[in-house]
Ligand binder design. Sequence first.
Ligand code: AMP
Length: 539
Amino acid sequence: MDYPLTLDRILEHARRLHPQKRILTKMPSGEMHSYDYAKLYQRSKKLANVLEKLGVKPGDRVGTLSWNNFQHMEMYYGIPCSGAVCHTLNIRLSPEELAYLIDHAEDQVIFVDGTLLPLMERVAPKVRSVRHYVLFNTPDDIQTKLPGVSFYEDLMADASEDYEWKSIDENMAAGLCYTSGTTGNPKGALYSHRSIFLHTLGVNLSNSLGIRETDVMLPVVPMFHAMAWGLPYGCVMNGADMIMPGPHMQPAALAALISDHRVTIAAGVPTIWGGLYQELKARPRDISSIRALIVGGAAMPRSLIEGFEKDLGVTVLHAWGMTEMSPLGTVSILQSHHTGLSEKEKIDVKSMQGYPVPMVELRIADESGREQSWDGKTMGEIQVRGPWVIRQYYKVENTPDKFTGDGWFRTGDVATINSDGFVNITDRTKDVIKSGGEWISSVALENALMSHPKVLEAAVIAVPDPKWTERPLAVIVAKPDSGNINKEEIVSFLAERFPRFWLPDHVSVIPGIPKTSVGKFDKKVLRKQYSEGSINTID
Ligand code: AMP
């Protein structure tokens, strides 16, 4: 049967099967807003009519500048199901960066959360394409300098719920997300209905993230970061309840949401879970409802996985992917052959990024493009292909540093793969430290450093060296009350675990590691700070 894999099918399924399942949102005021999938369905149709009234045509890009909330869910469905493209804008970018993205995507309409209005007001004078700004979550007496403003709830109140979905061809574009772009301008990954649909199935497989109807999902990963890892589609497809944190992303607020709403799955980047762990150690709460803490976006430090698993009894599910992959690539879930492993060995497995989910094919290759063996030792750049991997960046010509020319996407991540197919990311190609021609894994060193009792955060960067070309510099953040730290205690701690040439020549202690717009360690900034002489080393 010719059955288009379009997102309206997911919404129609949820309306029939799970109309009473809930989406709860912590509003900017702190109040909990509650509604159900029946309402999501009805309001997504209203939104489709609103878009039509605003003159949005199939294929047009429509921007969203918002937190994780129920309105954003409506946009995740209403925009693509009306034939337009939902372009999620990263609220942590600068006005200049946002203006670049909006103009590059030629967004026609932008939906703006009232809490982000001051940011949008700084962006608006710099952009050309936008015809309408639609505000939501604003106080009644809001004043704004934005041109062409209307109010979401006014438009929704006037709109009919009758609407025939326009997403008829599965190859129509549905979503657009730009990479966080650590070098050069961010690049767009355009997702089709088909790629999102298949990705949703991939996310939902039981050997993958395996969302169930009985789950209560807390997506902390922002909806502007790689489509919130596909969770807004995965949850609706299965009828899981969703708890949306809105702007309340602080550890104490997240801990309260988990315990108050009996969250079963929570998903976020390691820095979020690092904060939550500290919070729960300081002020314990009942989080026994959690059956999986999904972590991705950066390597979860081994010590943090161990902390959650051993101290808090929380099962950590480590996953790897990237915006260009919709984003899911691999998951680390213990398999039957791991049953006899010791607790320590099991944590070792979970510290890896895991095996590719079905439909994602991957291989590793050396610098000349030669495929490397899956022996758990040989490092190579990961190349991927699959139905939800981009074939091209949006409006950018393919270049050989990103596309191999024979159908594989070059991820820029360096990894080993063991004979069981478990991937272990050792670096980004641009972060790897090349000392005397040998590769040193900054990720492995960071993991070890973060298991030191006095270290809260650690990043290892390459610094120029006249003899070895590059040498590692360990930049650490001390735990509160850890007293004095000297270089010797840090290096000797690493010496037990790594070859001598891996050991950092220098150690720096700084108050905080700079973070990117999606909460990852920003090594580009660290390298710059080092080259400007603003990072001092200790003896
Ligand atoms: P983004 O497109 O912003 O999601 O960034 C994707 C990049 O984040 C990947 O290419 C990796 O470098 C990194 N990344 C994502 N997940 C992990 C993980 N579990 N471990 C290590 N690095 C990760």
